[in-house]
Design a protein around this ligand. Structure first.
Ligand SMILES: C[S@@+](CC[C@H](N)C(=O)[O-])C[C@H]1O[C@@H](n2cnc3c(N)ncnc32)[C@H](O)[C@@H]1O
Length: 137
């Protein structure tokens, strides 16, 4: 079963329509709401084979911690946009830049994925936006 969380009801409606068109209604559940609000209710369905994180970047540290707890051993945690639009390494972004509040949560998420006590391995796939993939210990 694939559980997907989407904050924007319009995006969720498009996703639901496409899932129905693909004939996958019985395999996909779209939950409408903020990740932080919905994730606790999904714990009962775990442990999961894979968690794919691709939502608000300020939430990545929390989402990665949740994923580390709720993915089975040998399962995957994947973070998209891991290069943070080229700003992951920047400590000199101008105040008010959109990515300033995203740098610390993204670094914290990636540090967790690179923690060998929690994950057996972690790789950064060189997609244009960076995709971090870690295997749960
Ligand atoms: C980059 S898009 C995801 C694209 C999707 N993974 C795909 O491949 O089609 C990010 C989505 O996260 C949603 N989003 C933003 N903040 C969120 C939050 N706090 N909780 C859940 N979803 C959120 C946005 O509305 C947007 O639809």
């Amino acid at each position: 079963m694939l559980h997907s969380i989407e904050y924007d009801p319009k995006h969720a409606a498009v996703a639901k329509d496409n899932v129905a068109l693909a004939g996958l209604d019985d395999k996909v559940r779209i939950h409408v709401g903020a990740g932080s609000a919905v994730l606790p209710s999904l714990e009962q369905h775990g442990p999961f084979d894979l968690v794919f994180i691709d939502a608000d970047k300020t939430g990545y540290a929390d989402y990665a911690r949740w994923a580390a707890k709720n993915v089975r051993p040998g399962g995957l945690v994947i973070c998209d946009n891991a290069y943070l639009f080229g700003n992951l390494h920047r400590d000199d972004l101008p105040p008010g830049h959109d990515d300033v509040p995203k740098v610390a949560p993204m670094r914290a998420a990636l540090s967790l994925l690179a923690d060998e006590k929690v994950f057996t391995s972690c790789a950064m796939l060189p997609t244009g936006e960076g995709m971090a993939v870690a295997v749960k210990r």
